[in-house]
Design a binder for this molecule. Structure first.
Ligand code: HEC
Ligand code: HEC
Ligand code: HEC
Ligand code: HEC
Ligand code: HEC
Length: 188
């Protein structure tokens, strides 16, 4: 009788421990090492390509000095969205936010998925103007045809979002295309 109780107790503890560690591994731990943030505006690349017939470089422009302007500022958006075009909630929310930001003379605080650490030097002009590369050669998961911008995922341990290109990926292509792989090419 006593022995039987002990075995039951052992199994009970085993299962409690098992379930606790599974919860830790599947639910708690991933949340500790990932943190998801929503973008300030629900932006659809697909709608702007198809319905608004814009090309990538209508919005992601190069300045006169050859520098890449990155994400367009609010003035660009307001060329079309001064008043609502469609009936979607996403657009109405954006227009409300834009009016507030215009009064404060601010831009939309977009989160940059692919942001490299400060010690890395990257130039869009070198890749697009000189090497004539397509955007999708490096940006698969964001931009282009996406219906909704994905959440911005930040990894606490590496400090990088998954969209950040690794040094290996840069170097692999540089080697294949005969571009320089000297350290000072990318680290100034
Ligand atoms: C109407 C203007 C507009 C057009 C046209 C446009 N984009 Fe964007 N793009 C944005 C805005 C606004 C963001 C910031 C929100 C987001 O990340 O979705 C963005 C973000 C991005 C990003 C994410 C950069 C990062 O790391 O955070 C990529 C990559 C991108 N665009 C590529 C493209 C490509 C490729 C095309 C053409 C197929 C394109 N875009 C067309 C406005 C535009
Ligand atoms: C050339 C005109 C044009 C420009 C410039 C433009 N848009 Fe749009 N936008 C559109 C059109 C067209 C739609 C589709 C409207 C519809 O049918 O609901 C749209 C839809 C939207 C929506 C609703 C998307 C959804 O998921 O339903 C948002 C939000 C939006 N635009 C934000 C922006 C932002 C932010 C910028 C600046 C980076 C911008 N737009 C620049 C034409 C434009
Ligand atoms: C050779 C790879 C490569 C190609 C090709 C490329 N990109 Fe990028 N892009 C990157 C990298 C790397 C970053 C991050 C740069 C940084 O943080 O210094 C980036 C960042 C961006 C950003 C965020 C800029 C910001 O505001 O900081 C946008 C928007 C973007 N790219 C759009 C485009 C578009 C549009 C094209 C095509 C016209 C394109 N990219 C082609 C590698 C590339
Ligand atoms: C898919 C191919 C590809 C990828 C990925 C790529 N590059 Fe490049 N890169 C090139 C090519 C090709 C050139 C040569 C352009 C030229 O001068 O004609 C180049 C040139 C450069 C230059 C200019 C070199 C010079 O001599 O002025 C820098 C800086 C650079 N790349 C940094 C990076 C960084 C940083 C990354 C990763 C975040 C990266 N590249 C990813 C293909 C790539
Ligand atoms: C073609 C571009 C390129 C070249 C060439 C390059 N790097 Fe990097 N390096 C990067 C990028 C992008 C990162 C950031 C992403 C990462 O850590 O993978 C980085 C990160 C690093 C880091 C930080 C690693 C970390 O985890 O924080 C060190 C250290 C480094 N590089 C050293 C070097 C040295 C030494 C060389 C020459 C032998 C070199 N790199 C050549 C692109 C390059």
């Amino acid at each position: 009788m006593e022995k039987e109780k002990n075995t039951i107790r052992k199994w009970l503890f085993f299962w409690i421990g098992m379930i606790a560690s599974l919860l830790l591994g599947w639910v708690v731990f991933p949340r500790l090492i990932h943190s998801n943030k929503e973008q300030p505006v629900r932006f659809s690349h697909a709608k702007h390509g198809e319905e608004a017939s814009l090309t990538c470089q209508d919005c992601h422009t190069f300045r006169k000095d050859g520098n890449f302007a990155g994400i367009p500022n609010l003035t660009k958006c307001m060329e079309c969205h001064e008043a609502a075009i469609g009936t979607s909630k996403a657009e109405a929310d954006f227009i409300k936010l834009a009016e507030k930001l215009k009064k404060e003379k601010k831009n939309v605080p977009w989160l940059i998925y692919s942001k490299q650490p400060d010690n890395v030097f990257f130039s869009h002009a070198a890749h697009i103007k000189l090497a004539k590369m397509e955007c999708v050669a490096c940006h698969q998961s964001v931009g282009g045809k996406t219906e909704k911008n994905p959440p911005y995922r930040y990894k606490w341990i590496s400090g990088y979002a998954p969209e950040v290109m690794s040094m290996e990926t840069c170097e692999e292509c540089h080697q294949k295309k005969g571009a320089s792989n000297a350290c000072f090419t990318c680290h100034k």
